[in-house]
Design a protein around this ligand. Sequence first.
Ligand code: SF4
Length: 480
Amino acid sequence: MALKVLLINPPRFEGISVIREERCEITERYSVLEPYSLLQTAALLRKAGHQVGLVDLNGRELGYDALEDEVQRFRPDAVVYRFTPTTFDWDQRTASTVKGVDRSITTAGICWTLHTMPKQVLGEAPDQDFYVRQDYETVTPALIDALANGSPLGNVAGIAYREGSEIKVTGPSVPLKNYDSLPLPAYDLLPDLKPYYVTAPAGRPFTILYTSKGCPYKCSFCTVAGTPWKMRTAPHILEELRYLKEHFGLRTASFFDETFTFNRKRVEEICRSLIDEDLRIKWYCNTRAHLVDGELLGLMRKAGCRGISFGIESGSQRILDTVEKHVTVQQAKDAVLAAKAHRLKVLCSFIFGLPGEDWESVEETLKFVRETLPTSAQFNVAVPYPGTRLHEQIYGVSGLEEPDFRKMYQHASVVGTEKLTPEDLDKARKMAYKTLYSSGRWWASNIKHLVREPSDLYLATRYALKITNNYVFHGMKDAH
Ligand code: SF4
């Protein structure tokens, strides 16, 4: 039997756009992303024979009244939506809105960050019937198939659900083995790509996409540490980009992978294919600093790469070693400077408040910033997300009371270190932004970049306005 399934990206939270994508489940004032994982899920459900619809309330700036209308119109058997820890209660209104129309509609929510606390999630979300807590690519189709066929739910790995007054949690899911087996995301369910951009509305039409997923590294603070790395090959990625170019006139893509350059040979193949095909798409990626060098960055630039994001975390080797980053400060410096030399915009992200942080290590990070002057930076505070080693280190032995997961956001500390209080860490974060934004050399370096890359002028202007607005009016909250 086939089911009618409606995929839902919930509305913005207090008017602020929300990113609900696996490791990145945050409010983000200056970015609007299409619900990529829901587009993938829709394509997989369609392939399995189900009838699908999709509504992106966040992207289209619609509220729960629009969802109610859509549910009345589409009359789904089941809905699948995403939620995040900090917007938890707001996102759960999706389930209550759906149940308000018809209680017999099954509601399933996806969230990665809370995957180690399924009982708490369902315990606090009375209208959510199922929690898809891992590997949505394999788990959601298995769940919908089980519902369609009436097969035992206990056999669906990677979920939590209610049975009477009990919450049942099934065993770990099996990740998708062949990432190339994924069908093209169901982009046809979006009217267009107009609402979507990262950081500033420039370079549109824009999309994110995963060319690989997972990260085998073991950074102690990271929610995806040690997850199996799965990758798509160059032809499969090119097929998606070609489709986007033909149907939407795509100009910019952000490869959302955790470590895009994990496999050098694959990156070289992607770059060569992009050069050969000359799709004229500018793209951005994230990776680790020790996984690039001048030669690779040069090839990436030639293939359309215009920006790269590195998780630097700290300018202190002591802190990097403590969190098992397995990158040296020198490697990080070399990577930032090499990327800038290849005219790539460089976004560096840092974390204050990792174990052992003191004013000395904060100063080392500020020194790193002054020496490398990345094009832009995110200064976050450490968040002991459930399931991470950092969480174990802080709450496993200290007996400290755990904060409400709704308060876990990287712009406000919930916990300090031995030497620094949460207030100190928030102060360090502000000091770091000030160090970068008040640097005359930083402004000069970015103006020099603009002279060499005049096509970035619009983006740079929007970015400068964003910084001013965010720094002056919002205290760098809900934004990077
Ligand atoms: S390299 Fe990045 S994605 Fe991988 S574990 Fe470390 S922080 Fe997480």
